[in-house]
Design a binder for this molecule. Structure first.
Ligand SMILES: O=C(CO)[C@H](O)[C@H](O)COP(=O)(O)O
Length: 211
């Protein structure tokens, strides 16, 4: 059963809490986006976990170095999952996994920018990642010719637990789920919608229809 993750790419704790309050009934994982954490600091992680203790709080740190130290900071603040970049070294991923084990939490490896996402996903799984995010970031999504189909095709052959992030929306979410993902990540399709609660509910219902 694939989970739905809302990626909150807003810039203040107040906005993030307001959005989460609207969409929480329909999502399993609440992601605090990298710009949000950079803008507000890890206090936004603590605020979100306090507001939604029943949800998996995902801190999108995109750590590139000092894996154990950065992950430890986020876990202490209340995160359940933190991200490390797949293009970082194996020692960075292993360090974050060490911190996760110490806290009974998990690491997600983000393959943004990786030359071969599927190969790196398998390597990250072997290093102890809970799952790997097959991810086309915002800049890649805005590049002419981008299609989420490339991620869907990769998920279908990954043979390791993965999520897909990179423009998941109501038109493609069923194909995303059918590719066998553990998690479908939706950012703009929810936070930029005129009615975020309705958008999250529609995604949930579309997923449940094929889950
Ligand atoms: O991590 C991110 C960008 O680096 C986004 O949160 C992720 O891409 C999901 O958002 P969207 O659905 O808008 O692509």
């Amino acid at each position: 059963m694939a989970k739905l993750q809302v990626a909150i790419d807003l810039l203040t704790t107040e906005e993030a809490l307001a959005l989460a309050g609207k969409v929480a009934p329909y999502v399993d994982i609440i992601e605090l986006g990298t710009p949000l954490i950079k803008n507000m600091g890890v206090s936004v992680i603590t605020a979100m976990k306090q507001a939604h203790p029943d949800k998996i709080v995902f801190a999108d740190l995109k750590t590139a170095d000092a894996g154990e130290l950065e992950a430890d900071i986020a876990f202490k603040a209340g995160a359940d999952l933190v991200t490390v970049l797949g293009v970082a070294g194996n020692a960075t991923i292993a360090g974050a996994v060490k911190a996760a084990k110490a806290h009974g939490k998990g690491v997600v490896v983000d393959t943004i920018g990786a030359p071969d996402r599927v190969t790196r996903a398998k390597e990250a799984a072997a290093l102890g990642a809970e799952f790997v995010e097959l991810h086309a970031g915002l800049d890649e999504q805005w590049t002419p010719g981008y299609s989420i189909q490339v991620l869907i095709d990769e998920a279908a052959v990954a043979n390791t637990p993965v999520s897909i992030a990179g423009g998941v929306n109501l038109q493609n979410v069923q194909a995303v789920v059918k590719s066998g993902v553990k998690v479908a990540v939706a950012g703009a399709a929810i936070y930029a919608a005129a009615d975020p609660a309705a958008a999250a509910r529609a995604l949930r219902e579309a997923m449940d229809a094929v889950n």
